[in-house]
Design a protein around this ligand. Structure first.
Ligand code: BDR
Ligand code: CA
Length: 308
């Protein structure tokens, strides 16, 4: 049976590649795409979500979520994703009509409908999921799992301590990690091991199909950003979270107790992972620490075959 999923996202270059991957999979039954303010403001993430779904050739529900964090001002990342959010890629205007219900209502209604089987994949700040949990406290017992791109045990990419998606709305992340919903945290520890090198990208995109030019530009944009961090190859963070739902064996993970720093002057937004269980608290998340890079690359090659 396919896994019913909602993908909550702030597209975003790597979000876009993640959506191409998700829609190519016969393992996922994508019930809705929900947008959140993150990499760029909400009006643009919503437009990009609509345009991407239409371009991919689907008619999936797209619903709008939160403009910005629960308590703070939104900090965006145009320097990574470009003004539009999709770097140099310009997609045709979507014909899909935006869903009237908000992201949190869509999440709750779908969770009820799926009777405990709904999986939520988050590729942006956790604001929408936190809003859903605030509005519907019983949601915590209705979601099978949240697989998130976010956090890290050891490094940060927005501050020395924090990863972007958690940093943007740490209060939301705190609510989600305390909710009791099973979490798989696909953070920088794993995504930085999933680098796809230039020759491998060439192999992936060196096919002539209806999406190859767009996918190529998206990968090239990831390559450019990684060069800035002195990293060789492209890191497509969000796609690894999607890949981990399609095939859980693609990541190596350990169970840990994770808390979110919301007060620290230098450490706001850090995912504090109790690797040695010094707190003796029960694990609340599976934390991805490694990746099967070959499988990840093969998954992308398979994706390109689907878009004929
Ligand atoms: C995350 O931050 C965003 O810029 C990317 O889309 C990804 O979700 C990586 O830290
Ligand atoms: Ca993202």
């Amino acid at each position: 049976m396919k896994i019913p999923v909602i993908i909550d996202t702030d597209p975003g270059v790597d979000d876009a590649i993640a959506l191409f991957l998700a829609f190519s999979s016969d393992k996922l039954d994508i019930k809705a795409i929900t947008s959140v303010g993150g990499n760029i403001p909400l009006c643009k993430t919503t437009k990009n979500a609509l345009d991407l779904v239409d371009y991919i050739g689907k008619n999936t529900i797209v619903s709008k979520g939160a403009e910005g964090p629960i308590l703070r001002k939104l900090e965006t990342a145009e320097w990574v994703h470009g003004e539009s959010g999709l770097a140099s890629v310009v997609l045709p205007e979507s014909n899909i009509k935006l869903q009237e219900k908000s992201a949190w209502d869509v999440m709750y209604d779908e969770a009820v409908k799926q009777e405990g089987k709904l999986n939520i994949i988050t590729l942006g700040p956790l604001t929408n999921v936190a809003m859903a949990l605030i509005k519907y406290p019983d949601l915590k017992d209705k979601v099978e799992k949240i697989t998130m791109m976010g956090g890290a045990c050891y490094i940060g990419n927005t501050t020395p301590a924090a990863e972007f998606n958690i940093y943007v709305d740490a209060e939301a992340a705190d609510i989600v990690f305390k909710s009791g919903i099973p979490i798989t945290m696909v953070g920088l520890d794993a995504t930085h091991k999933s680098c796809i090198y230039e020759n491998e990208i060439t192999e992936i995109v060196n096919v002539n199909n209806r999406v190859s030019q767009v996918v190529k530009e998206l990968f090239q944009s990831c390559l450019r950003v990684c060069k800035y961090f002195n990293l060789d190859g492209a890191i497509v963070h969000d796609a690894l979270a999607v890949a981990a739902v399609i095939d859980p064996s693609i990541i190596y993970k350990e169970d840990h107790y994770v808390t979110i720093e919301t007060k620290g002057e230098l450490t706001y937004g850090k995912t504090v992972v109790d690797i040695y269980n010094v707190t003796k608290n029960k694990a609340n998340a599976e934390v991805a620490l490694g990746v099967d890079r070959e499988k990840f690359i093969e998954m992308f090659k398979g994706m390109m075959k689907v878009y004929v």
